[in-house]
Design a protein around this ligand. Structure first.
Ligand code: TNX
Length: 505
């Protein structure tokens, strides 16, 4: 229908291409190159077959992101003289809602998926396949020659995430949006925000004004902290949602709670009012797990944050509760889990939570103790992998790194990439692996430039590990494609680490 030749449409003699030479990152499941090409120009129509609201929103994103990349605001209606980009909703495949197909030919570029989320992932592949330079000799206008053929793609894991700790240092709404933009390009679909810790509480809770009045005022190093109003947090959730990214909120408990307890001393049960904390020690604070006041407080926190959350998860931390007695810790988690279920969400927690008897809708996030992750899997829980020694973005790359910690060793770019998530935890079955998340704790970083130094280039690798099939992952091939990301990072002012793996060219 859309590809009919009309008398007005000129015949272009497009150069031969090779789709397999495009530096896709993550690498797609299947590429069939056919040496054809699609002529993208300033009047290429973006057409929609299914006009329902969710697809129209996707069409707007396609238009907006292609404008960011090319500078062209492409029309949303048919123009007889131009080959269109056609967004097509197709029946679901066994690749899931994020699977997509791109069929790129001279007459039409089809972007096909069963769900707008899949089409959005396909848009990222399309963006990566659009050359930086126009060909100005083919016609009397600038044309971007898009390499042709077919791409069939689907994610390896359903959960592909990064975590940002906004508690140790606060990051503004704009800084988080900037990060979301970068993550979306690599098909990451979860951003976990660590919203509270000993050093700061970062989200407004109605009826508990001191959390933001007192608890949010501090951060590591003694500089002023900050917090998100509920409106601002909603703005972040919506911004992420329009990029098909789910925000996972974490309120860390029962440990890592000094900022909450400084704000409301009755929550710690020892009758003392602790001081605000701006150092980097862990494991010294706890809620009073045996007081109803604590649960009344948490009910408000959980209700209000889940009301702002469109994804399925609420993360309760649960790590390093070194001053909570073991039986109190277990009692606490078993009392908190139903509060989260009642709010319609799935609990998520760091691997220590496996000590409690929890339902198998709860997700365990493995960071330190593989035995905990294996045990969770045996109990039927799904596991998100974040093994510190391989996936902690806050570890230094090497001894020259300006930022970062070293407790889990150096993690250079190749070490970060060269492991297979399916084999990371002995005894954990593949079917229990929900995905992969790379956490960025912020003891040593406090703004976009510093976080980007730790995140890039490593985060691009975690995104590929979470999306691409293992058989397509090979270091030299990856490195070649990673190198070609630098042009874009430079253009966007992303402060990536100039790793020695890039060599001197
Ligand atoms: C351990 S990882 C922590 C965090 C620190 C991090 C620093 C985890 C669940 N807890 O509190 O910020 O190490 O790398």
């Amino acid at each position: 229908l859309f590809s009919q030749c009309t008398p007005e449409k000129e015949v272009l003699n497009l150069p031969k291409t090779d789709l397999k030479q495009t530096a896709f990152l993550p690498w797609p499941s299947e590429i069939l190159a056919d040496s054809s090409a699609f002529p993208l120009d300033s009047l290429t129509p973006i057409l929609l077959e299914d006009k329902s609201k969710s697809w129209q929103q996707l069409q707007q994103r396609v238009q907006a992101e292609l404008k960011e990349q090319t500078g062209w605001e492409l029309p949303l209606e048919q123009l007889a003289q131009r080959s269109p980009l056609v967004i097509r909703s197709v029946p679901p495949t066994d690749g899931g809602s994020e699977a997509y197909r791109l069929r790129i030919g001279q007459d039409t570029l089809f972007l096909e998926a069963s769900d707008p989320a899949g089409a959005y992932r396909g848009l990222q592949s399309l963006k990566q396949n659009i050359p930086h330079q126009t060909n100005d000799t083919l016609a009397n206008r600038r044309i971007l020659v898009v390499p042709g053929g077919e791409i069939n793609d689907r994610p390896r894991y359903a959960y592909r995430g990064m975590m940002l700790d906004v508690a140790r240092h606060f990051f503004s709404v704009d800084e988080v949006k900037r990060l979301l933009d970068q993550l979306s390009y690599y098909k990451v679909n979860h951003l976990h925000l660590h919203l509270s810790d000993d050093q700061g509480w970062r989200i407004e809770i109605k009826g508990w004004p001191e959390l933001t009045g007192i608890g949010a005022a501090t951060e590591v190093g003694g500089t002023p902290g900050g917090f998100y109003t509920q409106e601002e947090y909603r703005e972040l959730v919506d911004y992420a949602k329009s990029r098909y990214i789910t925000i996972v909120p974490e309120i860390d408990m029962p440990g890592h709670t000094n900022a909450a307890v400084v704000s409301y001393p009755e929550l710690n049960g020892n009758g003392k009012t602790p001081k605000p904390y701006t150092g980097t020690r862990v494991g010294f604070s706890t809620f009073d797990t045996r007081s109803d006041k604590t649960y009344a407080f948490l009910e408000d926190v959980i209700q209000q944050i889940t009301a702002l959350t469109d994804g399925p998860f609420f993360h309760v931390g649960g790590d390093e509760s070194h001053v909570t007695k073991k039986e109190d810790y277990i009692y606490f988690l078993e009392r908190v889990e139903p509060l989260i279920t009642k709010a319609g969400k799935r609990m998520m927690g760091w691997d220590e939570i496996v000590q409690a008897k929890l339902g198998n809708s709860t997700v365990l996030q493995h960071w330190r103790t593989p035995e905990n992750a294996a045990k969770g899997g045996e109990q039927g829980m799904q596991v998100v992998l974040s093994p510190a020694f391989f996936s902690y973005l806050d570890m230094k790359y090497d001894k020259y790194s300006e930022y970062g910690l070293t407790w889990a060793g150096f993690i250079p770019v190749d070490k970060a990439y060269n492991w297979n998530p399916d084999e990371a935890v002995t005894g954990l079955a593949q079917k229990n692996i929900l995905g992969l998340e790379a956490p960025l704790w912020s003891e040593t970083v406090s703004n976009s430039a510093e976080l980007e130094y730790l995140a890039y280039p490593r985060m691009a690798g975690y995104a590929e590990m979470a999306w691409s099939q293992q058989e397509h992952r090979e270091w030299d091939f990856y490195l070649k494609r990673l190198k070609s990301q630098r042009q874009r990072w430079d253009k966007e002012g992303i402060n990536y680490y100039k790793s020695p793996v890039f060599g001197t060219e």
